[in-house]
Design a protein around this ligand. Structure first.
Ligand SMILES: [Zn+2]
Length: 59
C-alpha cells in the first residue's frame, strides 16, 4: 500500500487554515466514483460519532 495516501489516493496535509487534500503524487487522483464513495463513508462516520456523542451527553 502507498505510504503517502495509504490507499486513499488523497494526500492530506495540515496547514495553518486546517487541512488540504491533494491527489496522491504516487497513485494519482482517485476517480469521482471513489471520491463520492469515500465521502459518503466519511459523513456516515461523522454522523455515527455525533449520534454517539449526543447519546453519551444525554445519558
Ligand atoms: Zn498513494
Amino acid at each position: 500500500m502507498c505510504g503517502i495516501c495509504k490507499g486513499t489516493n488523497v494526500k492530506h496535509e495540515i496547514v495553518d487554515s486546517g487541512y488540504t487534500f491533494e491527489p496522491c503524487p504516487v497513485c494519482g487522483p482517485q476517480t469521482k466514483e471513489e471520491h463520492d464513495r469515500e465521502f459518503a463513508e466519511l459523513y456516515k462516520k461523522l454522523d455515527e460519532a455525533e449520534a454517539l456523542y449526543k447519546k453519551e451527553k444525554t445519558a
